[in-house]
Structures are given as structure tokens and as C-alpha cells.
Design a protein around this ligand. Sequence first.
Ligand code: F6R
Length: 259
Amino acid sequence: MRVVILPTEKEVSNFAADIIANLVKTKQNSVLGLATGSSVLLTYEALIEKYRKRELSFQNITSFNLDEYIDLKPNHSQSYRYYMNQKLFNHIDINKHNTFIPECIDGNYELSCINFELEIKKHGGIDLQLLGIGSNGHIGFNEPTSSLNSRTRVKALTKNTISNNARFFKENELQPSMAITMGIGTIMESQKILLLGLGKHKSKVVADIVEGPLSSFIPGSILQQHNNVIVVIDEHAATDLKLYDYYIHTEKMHQKYTC
Ligand code: F6R
């Protein structure tokens, strides 16, 4: 695992956007795995900025999102389809036909999940998967005790996730408690994984996934078994890392010895 600690949210996001932009420039038909939530917002803003400056084009990019709520229509303001359109897709030249969200089609959950997996395969797999991390260790909506080999499926959300995400919903607005999520096994097949952690409230879980034991109770800890993961975090999210100084040192060495 490469652990990159940067002073601010903005620097974390610019770092992440640069990695995504470099991939998009070198492989114009890249397949990106995308996330929603607050951790990735500034990264999307930085990508939009690069697009506006004509530094890159997403015309031939395909994307697969990690998850989608069950029971929210795509045009609902809290659906992840809506989020992706508002926060990224509407502002770049990506072809929306090439943007896949694990939505339930025609009420058939099982088939929708199978088709989502098939679509990823048909596109040759995910080149780069962007991840946030839930304070309970979830990646996507793979909640604690999810099978570490799981595939795309319907998952019940924990109370912790529901209350963390309640901030996005209006009072009295229906907040779904179920979602379709890309599986952990699916995520782990990505060529490269970029996980972002921002803020003090993520410091404990960041330490758990980087330094803790591998456990389905902290699903993100599975990333220790992937050989191309970059964890990019701000200073606040790094405060519980036992080997903090070592990560600062190794990153300096990384910058020095790689081109
Ligand atoms: C979102 C997703 C979730 C979030 C996680 C962190 O598509 O899959 O795993 O990445 O809940 O959310 P934020 O970034 O809002 O703290």
C-alpha cells in the first residue's frame, strides 16, 4: 500500500485528480470506477477544471459506479445517478450511455446485478477504482461482515451508514436502507485502487484499514491484499496512523526514485 499524506483536502483531491487525468490521457478508452459522497467531491471539481482547460477529454471513457440506493428513481435528488450527473457527468464530455450505475432494472435485482458484472467484464475490467471509506470501514456499500469475495448484490445498510448519510436527506424525506453495491471481489479485480480519506472523523478507520488486521469486520482492510493501492489522506485523517513518520519518509523516497 502506498500511503500519501497531504496537508489539506484540496491537495488530496488535486493529487487524486492528477492520477485520474494521467490515466485518461494515456488510455483514452479507460474504464473508471467511481464513487459518490463527500470525499470525492473536490476531486470531481478538479477533473471538471482540467476538462474546461482542455487538458483532457472523457469522450471515450466508460465508468462504473460503486453503488446505488434501492427505491430511488434516477432523477431523485439523492440517487447516485443524480449525484453523478450533477457533480461530474453534466460538466464533462463523457457519453452518458457509457456511464453505468448499479441500478435495479425492471424490478429484477438479481439480473440487474449479474448484468452489471457482465458489463464490467465486457469492457475489460476497471482500470482505476476511486473509493471513499465509511467510518465503519465499508467500501462501496459493503458493510462490516460482507464476504471479502462478494460480487455486485443487494445489501442492507447498517444504522451507522444510514445515520451518517442522513445529512443528505431532508427531514421527513424517505431515506433508503437498502442499496445495490459492487462487491468486494469485484472492487479487488480493479487494476489500480485510489482510496481517499478526509477529516479527523476518518482517522480511526484509516488506521484500521492501513495498519489493522485484515477482517471482514473492516471491509476496507482487504485492500492490504491488493498490489496497486494508493491511500491518499489529509493530515487530519492521518492522526491515528502508528507509522505516520514512515509513510512521510517512504513517500519522499517514492518521489525521489520513481519518475
Ligand atoms: C459512495 C460509497 C461509500 C462512500 C463512503 C464515504 O459511492 O461507495 O462507500 O465512499 O460512505 O462517504 P463520504 O465520502 O461521504 O464520507
